[in-house]
Design a protein around this ligand. Sequence first.
Ligand SMILES: [Zn+2]
Length: 297
Amino acid sequence: MRLIWIPFAFFAIVPAVIAQTGLNSLAEVEFSQLSQRDPNPLGEKALSINPTQWKHGETEHYIYHFAHSYVATPISVEAEFHYRVVAKELQRDQPLTDIKSNVYIFERPEDWQQFQGLGELEKWTGGIHSQGSLFILRNPEQKFSGNVLGHEIVHLVLHRFYADGIPCWLNEGIAQYISKSAHASYQRARGYLSKPHSEAIATEEVIPVATLVRFTRPPSDRVETFYDESERLVRFLVATDKPSFLALLDALGRHQPFETALPRFYPARFATVATLEEKFREYAAKDFGTTLQQAEE
Ligand SMILES: [Zn+2]
């Protein structure tokens, strides 16, 4: 079994993306000249708040709505970077669609407050997702911390590949798993010392896998454990066998039950959810911080 799996594609991708987009600021495009319209009614609502502030721009896979291009530019670089990372990790070299994802970047907290009641806020990141569009508050005086923006962008890219939805643990687990590794290599490409870190979970905290996979939203009383454990479970399934993981992801994306899909793609390893549970509990409690670090050096 390969215990460690690092998305090694990052090393090639980061400098290329920064070289292509890092030097120029995002070009402003008139709304009427944008190549696509967002059919999402929330997008229209967003643009109706303080309407004169909105400017627009686009890159290969996204359309952005923003107030200042110096705020939108780094977001656009990170968004395209994550698109490539996710497509590579999911081995989706051929795009399923040329439909771009819309990203709305609020800068004024009072505008955001007015907007935020309209959609469902992801408590983990403070972003709002709706039908493949992302709405975020970006205070220019505060930088996004850690992998928060990356996490949101991974959701957007997953939505392009699985527009009918994937289970909550899988969506959040992949978002955490990819954005943590990507954030670390993104930082490294810019000269910072950074290592991906996967959070270990105390044995008594572990949510049973059969329960974890059934949540349709993060349980409000165990939010942190839910995110950490979902990330670990994705990491574990990928490390055990990546082709099996991708096949499982596709089956779950077609809304097949976890209990029946799991043994089909991991017949030798996990004949039942109970077998997975037993193996995963050991893995969940391990601290892989140092192992990841060694593997990357
Ligand atoms: Zn999320």
